[in-house]
Design a protein around this ligand. Sequence first.
Ligand code: BEZ
Length: 394
Amino acid sequence: MSRYNRREFIKGGAAIAATGTLLPSLAEAQGAKVKVGLMLPYTGTYAQLGVAIENGFRLALAEAGGKFGGREIEFFKVDDESDPAKAPENANKLIQRDKVDVLVGTVHSGVQMGMVKIARETGVLHIIPNAGADAATGPMCAPNIFRTSFTNWQPPYPLGNILMYRGLKTAVFITWKYGAGEESLGGFKEGYTKAGGKILKEMFLPFPNVEFQALLTEIASLKPDAVVCFFAGGGAAKFIKDYAAAGLKGKIPLFGAGFLTDGILDAVGDAAEGIETTLHYGDGIDTKRNKDFRLAYAKTFKLQPDVYAVQGYDAGLLLNVGLTAVKGDVANKAGVIKAMEGAKIDSPRGVWTMSKAHNPIQDIYLRKVVGKENKVISVAHKALADPARGCKMV
Ligand code: BEZ
């Protein structure tokens, strides 16, 4: 036996004497870092969203002194490219190859469905910091799957009432043809038609296509009272500019789930002025919590935070709640899950709690673009919970 092996053997013997097993002691295990896998888009139309989520998560960690539940964090990263076809392989790289304890991601609902499938198969602790895929906390809900963002149904659902209150009785909905767009339409349609509104036409483009011209021409000829949309990231910036260039701004009011105007105001200039949206965050939320967060984020990253940064930040806060409850023993998954289920997150968006399906119960704000800010006008719906249709945990 070499000296190295002998020393290791004796060390192992001491561990057996202390614990009765060959497994490392709890103290030894807790000395190791908790492995967090970040599966996010770092390229393509959602690249900035991925960066903001990672920044937010890292800010929460820094504010907790670089440790969650007393354990340092080691990051493993994969660019998911917002490509659903690569989702299972990318998730498995983090889970099987890197052996992450926690899988954090992603932005795109199609990619999310692949991640949720793998999370259900492997049982890995999974935190969703953006993608709104309704099924993740609906029919595909699971004890190990948590979300710190929203369902696609949530932000646009209260918009219907707002439009009808203003006498905007007909609308065209335009979006990308994939889960997030279709489910966002579903949320809006449910609220709007219940309130008596009529959708004249549902328009779709393939994701992430930004050739809006022909559809904008058609909208002009349909003459709806309002246009409602789901777009986000680089595609949202292009849509807002094209809407104004087509001469529709000021003629037909444009609304949407708030992703339309989040994180892109610097890129669009005046074209976004006055656009109203509903979302679970607004730059101008007038609380000390939000102001402190915005200042810390801007100082650290030399960027203004947006809803994606908040969701990443809250993913960090949530993980800290879970790990603190088990004193950093991430292997105690039942303990982590129990604590995360009972979490009350003091977020820059306002305090939110976790629904039985593991999705935030949260206020939805009506916001209006004023200069470079998504200014909060009112609370459009207090403590809105997703209906979580099909979730067996509810
Ligand atoms: C989604 O695919 O779920 C999504 C992407 C960007 C913003 C909001 C939702």
